[in-house]
Design a protein around this ligand. Structure first.
Ligand SMILES: Nc1ncnc2c1ncn2[C@@H]1O[C@H](COP(=O)(O)OP(=O)(O)OP(=O)(O)O)[C@@H](O)[C@H]1O
Length: 842
């Protein structure tokens, strides 16, 4: 029998938490010596691997001094570089780089490379000329594109050529990778000397004054900037350039290829508020490290329509998606805008006072809330939201949440599904310095957010079981880099928190003042009373003990008051600011339909509903079992709909792949168990159908919350019959972990109560919206037009027959017997839910 452990609640004395909240009422710059400024420099090591490193000020004593716009103090200049090692991993650098300088204004693509080359020419021993002629580019094929005036160093080496499409640098563990990577090549002595000279000259040549935050070059692929001439010009120029260093044909080819890269955006986006106001650099790679199954594996992938489940090997993967052009444009604008803002910021900024006491902000009191006042970061928030995320404005309560997070207060955010909770921590993470640690319960959810952030250009990484070992090692190395970590957000599953290796990483980040906050997404998973309880979420309660000064941000869309209290207690949140929005989703139409006991009838009904109303729209159909999932998928596919299935028996790679294909519209309808859902953000999802009843109202709200996230009218249909009650009861009590019979019974009671509530919802005749909101403790008026009960007065005849009511009562009253039966077999037993998603920790 499996031993089972129940996590003991950790009690943290409140007095140890006194220092948790950083009450910084005044932002002042520290003396220069005290600042922990990290400077980024990119170079490649002897193995010709690109390397992006941050260096502390003390390390970079060779760097030039600049005058801060904020203080007038002289400061060491910083390097703003692409995260080349990340790029390298994603297979970009083999294609070369092209330059675009944003400092010189937009649409100056011709000038971009030229600017880079200008800077490069300053290096003594490369003998580059300082005018814009064809010769400028001649050494393009050489080792570097160094922009040391701005300390933007982008290096390129001929060995990383398109021709040398050899195996990946990561080849040792990415055998299945579909990314071709360049072959390593030993540097010649000459090259080494040249490189050394370049580095020396780069570190000694910068004499510009100006502002501290100066490195904001945006390097783009010409095709992305719409300048096709650029490529050809560079090619032409590079062909002429054979004077300085003799380059091989391969090198020349590299120059050409250099212009064909998807691009790279180095930037710095950190505004450090921890008693100083400065910017640190953050190398960035705007490619998306989407994790997909490699081609071979895809081919081998077992046809999904089958009764047996597939067990292909774990994901090996990386494919990068080009960045969205609008995102690039916005990002450039953001950099310019931020630059302007920084120039206008005074050297000292007062933070408004916020009482050190719990505070609740709701839509009703938001206007009078102390969070609704001017904060020094307001324009940064506005600019970042508009330019990085492409949103016109913040939604109600988002700005309160962001202010609270930036003020470094413990923050509990409960906004409706699709309410924009992610922005409440992602935006502060970008504006603030250091790393934001995000706990995310599902690989799919993590993948979704990671992919989006990378596409937006935000340096983000994830550590989970689907990340190949080689990449994991690299990420860990970067996180542990004594000189500084390049990422703004680090996503992990709760399981990772229990490994000593990861705790060491966190300790390192904390000791170097880089760990800025812990974010717990889908925080209801921490509560046993929550609908998606995950035992490893419980372990997060240790975080406060380990890092008492790090603020905690918990977010959920489905917390009842009881769950909310439990979350805060578990996490030892202190003087929490609660941001509480209305749960109403006014664009969702709710309907409950009677489900026939004949599976085919229900399948047929679903088919007709979709075919009639949402033939070409995306939607989700939730089923209670894997078998149901697959047979419904088969049925709908046979009838000509575009369908696939998703459930916990698929391995991580298959799940990621299915999710990605659904999100990108490769197929329209996903038949799934509850393994799919939390956090899935496909705005144009027009319907969510529950083929079987959900295990709780929270689950139902969460799952239907996938629909209509773009604000457009969407349908939520729930099929209900009495058999499903018993079936769901069985399923939802399978995963119970209990140490004693009493505990088991307690959990059983809670689970059955949840199902009772769902049943009441189904058979009830009051407005669906009112019923749902009542559950979350919110009062509202009947929707009148948005549910079956309001629109069809007789709709519930089906559920008022004696049979159903009797069955409902029988199940309700038999629940204690059910627990007792289990007890007789075993006092302590662990049942594994088939939909349990746990991250394998290696
Ligand atoms: N201020 C905003 N303006 C426009 N769109 C926004 C804004 N904030 C968020 N969004 C968009 O709203 C959608 C939902 O956001 P998000 O995924 O953060 O919701 P959520 O609250 O986490 O929902 P769930 O709990 O259901 O996962 C996303 O597509 C996001 O881009």
């Amino acid at each position: 029998m499996l031993n089972c452990y129940r996590f003991t609640r950790t009690i943290v004395h409140l007095n140890t938490l006194g220092s948790v909240l950083v009450n910084h009422h005044r932002i002042e710059r520290r003396p220069l010596e005290q600042q922990q400024n990290f400077y980024c420099n990119t170079s490649y090591d002897t193995d010709y691997e690109y390397k992006s490193t941050f260096k502390t000020k003390s390390v970079l004593d060779r760097d030039k001094k600049k005058t801060s716009v904020l203080t007038g103090q002289e400061r060491t200049t910083k390097s703003d570089t692409a995260n080349l090692s990340l790029l390298n991993r994603l297979g970009l650098l083999q294609k070369g780089l092209s330059g675009f300088s944003n400092e010189t204004g937009d649409n100056q693509d011709d000038g971009n490379l030229t600017n880079l080359m200008k800077k490069k020419r300053k290096k003594k021993n490369v003998q580059l000329q300082s005018t814009l002629n064809d010769d400028q580019v001649k050494d393009n094929s050489n080792i570097t594109l160094n922009t040391n005036d701005n300390n933007d160093t982008i290096e390129y080496h001929p060995s990383l050529s398109s021709k040398s499409k050899s195996k990946s640098i990561d080849k040792e563990d990415d055998n299945n990778s579909i990314v071709d990577k360049p072959k390593r090549k030993r540097k010649t002595k000459k090259e080494k000397e040249l490189e050394l000279q370049l580095l020396e000259s780069s570190s000694s040549s910068n004499k510009s004054g100006g502002i501290t935050v100066e490195n904001e070059e945006v390097v783009l692929h010409p095709s992305m900037t719409g300048d096709n001439n650029h490529s050809s010009k560079v090619k032409r120029k590079s062909r002429k350039s054979n004077k300085i260093n003799e380059q091989s044909e391969q090198d020349q080819h590299n120059v050409e290829y250099q212009t064909n890269i998807d691009g790279v955006i180095p930037h710095d986006v950190n505004w450090l508020i921890n008693n100083q106001m400065t910017m640190i650099d953050s190398p960035i790679d705007y490619t998306s490290s989407d994790i997909i199954i490699d081609q071979k594996q895809q081919q081998q992938q077992v046809k999904k329509i089958s009764t047996t489940t597939t067990t292909t090997k774990a994901p090996k993967r990386v494919v990068h998606k080009p960045m969205d052009e609008n995102a690039i444009r916005r990002f450039k604008e953001w950099i310019n805008y931020r630059q302007q803002l920084l120039e206008s910021i005074p050297t000292q900024v007062d933070l408004p006072d916020l009482e050190d006491a719990p505070l609740t902000v709701t839509p009703e009191n938001a206007k009078q809330s102390p969070l609704n006042q001017a904060f020094p970061w307001d324009r940064f928030v506005e600019g970042c939201n508009r330019l990085v995320f492409g949103n016109e404005r913040l939604r109600p309560l988002q700005s309160d949440a962001i202010n609270s997070v930036l003020y470094r207060r413990d923050t509990f955010v409960s906004l409706p599904t699709g309410g924009g909770k992610s922005l409440c921590f992602q935006l502060p993470a970008i504006i603030d310095s250091g790393v934001t640690l995000v706990i995310s319960p599902l690989l799919a959810l993590m993948f979704d957010q990671l992919s989006k952030l990378l596409q937006l250009g935000v340096p983000t990484c994830a550590l989970n079981s689907s990340v190949p070992v080689s990449e994991k090692k690299k990420i860990i190395k970067e996180l542990l880099d004594p000189a500084g970590c390049p990422y703004k957000l680090l996503y992990v599953t709760p399981e990772r928190m229990k490994t000593q290796e990861f705790i060491d990483i966190l300790e390192h980040l904390n000791n170097t003042s880089q760990l800025k906050r812990l974010v717990i997404d889908e925080a209801h998973c921490i509560s046993e009373w929550g609908h998606d309880f995950r035992k490893d979420y419980r372990k997060l309660s240790k975080f406060r003990e380990m890092f008492p000064n790090i603020p905690i941000v918990a977010l959920t869309a489905t917390a009842t008051p009881k769950v909310e209290l439990d979350i805060k207690q578990q996490l030892s949140m202190h003087n929490t600011i609660n941001i509480r929005g209305s749960f109403i989703r006014s664009n969702l139409k709710y309907e409950v339909r009677k489900k026939s006991t004949e599976p085919e009838f229900c399948f047929n009904d679903i088919y007709h509903f979709v075919n009639r109303n949402h033939k070409n729209s995306s939607g989700i159909v939730y089923c209670s079992t894997i078998a149901e999932c697959e047979s419904l998928c088969e049925y709908l596919t046979d009838r000509g709909l575009s369908v696939d299935f998703y459930h916990a028996s698929l391995n991580a790679a298959q799940r990621v792949d299915t999710q990605e294909r659904w999100i990108t519209g490769k197929f329209k309808i996903v038949c799934t168990t509850i393994a799919f859902g939390m956090g899935i953000d496909k705005p144009d999802t027009r319907f969510v159908i529950h083929h079987s009843i959900p295990s709780s109202i929270e689950s139902y709200y969460q799952q239907t919350g996938r629909a209509g996230r773009d604000g457009k009218l969407s349908d939520c249909i729930l099929y209900y019959n009495k058999n499903d009650i018993r079936k769901m009861l069985k399923i939802s009590t399978m995963g119970i972990v209990a140490q004693s019979h009493e505990e088991y019974q307690k959990i059983m009671e809670s689970k059955t109560e949840n199902i009772d509530t769902v049943t009441s919802y189904c058979v009830g005749s009051e407005c669906r919206r009112v019923s749902l909101m009542e559950y979350f403790g919110e009062e509202t008026k009947p929707c009148k037009t948005m549910c079956d009960n309001c629109t069809y007065t007789k709709a519930n005849h089906y559920f008022e027959d004696d049979d159903n009511i009797r069955e409902h009562e029988r199940v309700y009253t038999s629940r204690f017997n059910y627990g007792a039966t289990k007890k007789s077999k075993s006092k302590s037993r662990r049942y594994i839910s088939m939909d349990d998603e746990e991250d394998e920790v290696d």
